[in-house]
Design a protein around this ligand. Structure first.
Ligand code: GLY
Length: 260
């Protein structure tokens, strides 16, 4: 069974962390409706939605991806780079303990799940304002017994590695070439986002379909031209909080890993 862990939009979302975006008013009712539509799409694609408890006082709680990495053998509970976001991990750890043994990052490590792109048994980890060297090294040590490779990746221009590159098919990535080089990921091919849609590289591949923000129609066309099935959804309010489609879920098989 495919599981998608989500967490409700907090009424405090407008007080979220922001790194590369200017603060804008956020319509919470609209963000909540967009999030409900997101859960519905994931459900239609075969995922069982498992909600972590609401955390109204934690503005970024909806971006549950940053709190954990769920691999086939273990769930790694992260230590998010934003101190305030560290309060998000306890409830997610409790929930994930029903599915996987847990391993936890500890100080001085910091790491956000949005910085980790899994390609089979390789984890590409973005060096970012949220993920430090100790985070990369601890992850490498924790996962060595399970035979994962951990490869640090440089990028610029955005918050998380997966804002710059995501996997959209077995052999295909979607990337913003201004923010990340595709060379670390070879031999996978990287489709570039349309230059007018720099935030368009974050796509969620689930059950062979790409869940993708409606805000980026030109980049969407590039994926469709390559024969990919794309489901568009409006996540414009969540985007104002510097979040996108991968950020809002932790997707995994109850029993084995789902690759993104
Ligand atoms: N607002 C998303 C983050 O900064 O983590």
């Amino acid at each position: 069974m495919l599981i998608a862990v989500t967490r409700p939009v907090s009424p405090t979302l407008a007080q979220c962390e922001l790194t590369h975006l200017a603060r804008e008013p956020i319509d919470i009712a609209r963000a909540t409706a967009q999030h409900a539509a997101y859960e519905e799409r994931l459900g239609e694609l075969g995922a069982g939605i498992v909600r972590a408890p609401a955390a109204p006082d934690l503005p970024d709680a909806v971006f549950v991806e940053d709190t954990a990495l769920v691999l086939a053998e273990v769930a790694v509970i992260t230590r998010p780079g934003s101190p305030r976001r560290r309060l998000e991990t306890a409830a997610v750890a409790t929930l994930l303990s029903a599915y996987r043994p847990l391993a936890c990052l500890t100080p001085p490590a910091t790491l956000d799940g949005g910085d980790v792109l899994q390609i089979e048994r390789t984890l590409f980890v973005g060096r970012s304002s949220r993920t430090n060297e100790a985070g990369v090294e601890q992850l490498r040590r924790l996962l060595a017994p399970f035979d994962y490779r951990v490869i640090p990746v440089e990028f610029t221009g955005c918050l998380h590695l997966k804002s710059a590159v995501t996997r959209i098919a077995d052999e295909l990535l979607l990337a913003n070439p201004d923010w990340v080089s595709s060379s670390p990921f070879r031999p996978l091919e990287a489709i570039p986002v349309d230059a007018r849609e720099p935030y368009g590289a974050n796509a969620l591949r689930i059950a062979g379909t790409v869940v993708y923000p409606a805000q980026f129609p030109r980049t969407r066309d590039r994926m469709v031209e390559r024969g990919l099935g794309v489901v568009s959804l409006d996540c414009s309010e969540l985007a104002k909080a510097e979040g996108a489609v991968t950020c809002c879920s932790l997707v995994f098989q109850d029993g084995e890993s789902a690759y993104r």
